[in-house]
Design a protein around this ligand. Structure first.
Ligand SMILES: *Cc1c(COP(=O)(O)O)cnc(C)c1O
Length: 217
């Protein structure tokens, strides 16, 4: 299990960047991983996890939550509008607010359920046509529309283009968050979380480096 190693590397990256110890939250991304690997990380005391699929998370986490109190669950995958109710029931944070239709559904569920997951807006920092996320140019209008719905997202999230240097994308996300006074930055995965921490990440999403490779078999 790579948890201890990743924790050490996060602490070292915080120190190198002159950031306070513990200022970065490690989200252990457990999607598709076999039960034994996830319970090993729970047994080691880790409590913050990320999932990509509402249905998969619904199947796994109620049971684990009963056994391991204090779990904090983050939705980091694309959220279909028809899964909004389940997502608001299950997750403590949603990193993938990426369109107005979803914002409206979330606002409705938050009002109905009286539960308010922390919200991050996904930004398409690479302007990739196939990728989800708000374009940087559209962020001011999107934020103000969220405000009209009574939503107050507290952070931004990005997934840099594959095979590209992630650094300019992390820098852009940091600048956008600063421009809008948003305190949280969800960026950095197994291959680049140390770079993301140097650029101000508050939440890193690390899967395979903790649990091992995913087997989608
Ligand atoms: C799967 C996934 C991760 C984790 O990826 P690793 O490379 O295994 O660390 C992080 N963020 C998102 C959005 C993901 O879908």
């Amino acid at each position: 299990m790579g948890l201890d190693d990743i924790r050490r590397r996060i602490s070292a990256a915080e120190e190198r960047a002159g950031r306070a110890p513990g200022s970065v939250t490690l989200i252990a991304v457990s999607k598709v991983q076999p039960e034994g690997r996830v319970t090993a990380v729970l047994d080691a005391g880790h409590r913050v996890f990320g999932e990509n699929y509402v249905q998969e998370a619904q199947g796994k986490w109620p049971g684990w939550r009963a056994r391991f109190p204090g779990v904090e669950l983050h939705m980091i995958g694309p959220l279909q509008s028809n899964k909004t109710k389940a997502a608001v029931e299950l997750f403590d944070a949603i990193h993938t607010l990426d369109r107005m239709t979803l914002a409206r559904k979330l606002a409705q569920q938050i009002a109905d359920q009286g539960r308010s997951p922390q919200l991050f807006i996904q930004v398409n920092t690479g302007d990739e046509p196939q990728k989800a996320g708000i374009l940087a140019d559209e962020l001011p209008v999107f934020l103000s529309s969220c405000g009209d719905l009574g939503l107050s997202p507290q952070g931004l999230m990005c997934i840099p283009p594959e095979d590209a240097d992630p650094l300019p994308h992390f820098r852009l996300l940091r600048r956008l968050a600063a421009d809008h006074g948003l305190p949280n930055l969800s960026m950095g995965m197994s291959a680049d979380f140390e770079t993301a921490i140097a650029e101000g990440a508050t939440h890193v999403r690390v899967g395979s480096a903790i649990f091992g490779a995913r087997d989608y078999g």
